[in-house]
Design a protein around this ligand. Structure first.
Ligand code: ZN
Length: 400
């Protein structure tokens, strides 16, 4: 919801206002301070479904509505400011708001005890019940993306000072994070146990939500890391709130075509495409200290990112992938062309990998948000100055 549009309503409810919107009166001073420089965000067509999920033997933790609302609204501003900085406009993921300014958080009570919804495989049963809940009433579901928050386990291993036990990861358009008693924005940035704990779990909350909004891992170029800190989708979950943390341009390009970022009035049916885009030309060559990628694809492609990474090329070993965003244009055949430069100096330690073996991951995104990835392993010292390495026939998989 556009913040300015609800100002009058919130005013009538006796809530305080900032220049661009309102911060609910019942929010804590630290939240008010952090939200004081909020930017006005574009209104969204779809909103994230925020779920607080408990087993049938548990209750939500005290004051969860205010605490999670403060954390989510601050995070919505972080994403919005990073989108604006990267030239995508003041856009963020949509959230439904309650009349008192809180974020709408659906409490879903599981059919089974909380231990049945554990880290290992509890997400399956949880998602099944959450999807049934969202479908049970027309209009309840406000978009395809689901963010599930579960309270920590309390057992021999886990408690409020060492939370865990529950799912904590991204899974396609769904993601999971956790709640615990000290999960409160008032601790943000403090050099205390609660402050460090908050960076870990709020940073993780922000990072997993990134996955749930379609983002893969990436660590940023040497230049961007020097300017902006640590990329959220790399190791930023360990710096968020304590040290400069940012979203890369490659991440923001993906978010620009993520459903919950779609501006009000968007009629696109998101994530309906199954077939990978056709690539008619692909060239990857080296000009001095720069690698150059050129692609010609069908016109439905709106975005092409390239990620350079070192082996092994598996999920969760790709935190250090260095992202590059293409310059997109159209040629006279109506195709999308993508041109991209990768200065070796931007690869940091990656350019020194043993035997020079690296991989180029090309991520193509179509206008309705689907991502398709194509991996091309290569040896840095064997990239020709003219022509191209053999990139083979594109073999795509649905991008994470
Ligand atoms: Zn991750």
């Amino acid at each position: 919801m556009k913040i300015r549009a609800i100002t009058a309503t919130l005013c009538a409810l006796g809530l305080s206002m900032t220049a661009v919107g309102a911060v609910p009166e019942h929010f804590q001073p630290r939240a008010k301070e952090l939200l004081a420089d909020s930017i006005e965000l574009q209104e969204n067509e779809h909103q994230l479904n925020v779920i607080y999920f408990v087993g049938n033997d548990r209750e939500p933790l005290a004051d969860y509505e205010r605490r999670i609302s403060e954390l989510l609204l601050h995070l919505q501003q972080f994403y919005g400011k990073e989108m604006a900085r990267n030239g995508m406009g003041a856009r963020s993921f949509g959230l439904v708001r309650e009349k008192n300014g809180n974020v709408k958080i659906h409490v879903v009570r599981g059919k089974k005890p909380h231990t049945e919804y554990s880290y290992g495989s509890g997400h399956n049963a949880c998602l099944e019940e959450v999807n049934a809940y969202l479908a049970a009433e027309p209009g309840r579901r406000t978009g395809q993306h689901i963010f599930v928050i579960m309270p920590t386990f309390y057992d021999k291993e886990y408690n409020d000072l060492n939370p865990g036990g529950v799912p904590f990861y991204g899974l396609g358009i769904n993601c999971f994070a956790l709640d615990y008693a000290h999960f409160d924005i008032k601790h943000l940035g403090q050099d205390t146990h609660e402050g460090r704990l908050l960076t870990k779990w709020y940073g993780g909350f922000a990072h997993e939500l990134g996955h749930g909004l379609n983002l893969p891992h990436n660590l940023g170029t040497v230049s961007d890391n020097a300017k902006y800190g640590t990329a959220l989708m790399g190791a930023g979950n360990y710096t968020f709130g304590r040290k400069p943390t940012y979203l890369t341009l490659a991440s923001c390009r993906i978010l620009a075509h993520s459903e919950t970022f779609a501006p009000k009035g968007t009629t696109t049916k998101f994530y309906t495409r199954e077939e990978a885009p056709a690539v008619t030309t692909a060239a990857f060559k080296r000009c001095g200290d720069t690698l150059e990628l050129y692609l010609e694809t069908e016109s439905d492609v709106v975005n092409a990112n390239a990620y350079i990474q070192d082996p092994p090329y598996v999920v969760n070993r790709d935190y250090d992938a260095v992202p590059f965003a293409c310059t997109m244009s159209k040629n006279d055949k109506g195709q999308t062309t993508a041109t991209l430069s990768i200065p070796l100096s931007e690869l940091g330690a990656l350019k020194n990998v043993k035997d020079g073996e690296l991989a180029l991951d090309v991520l193509l995104q179509t206008h309705e948000g689907s991502r398709f990835r194509w991996r091309v392993p290569f040896e840095l010292n064997k990239i020709p100055a003219e022509g191209s390495i053999d990139m083979g026939k594109p073999v795509f998989w649905r991008g994470y």
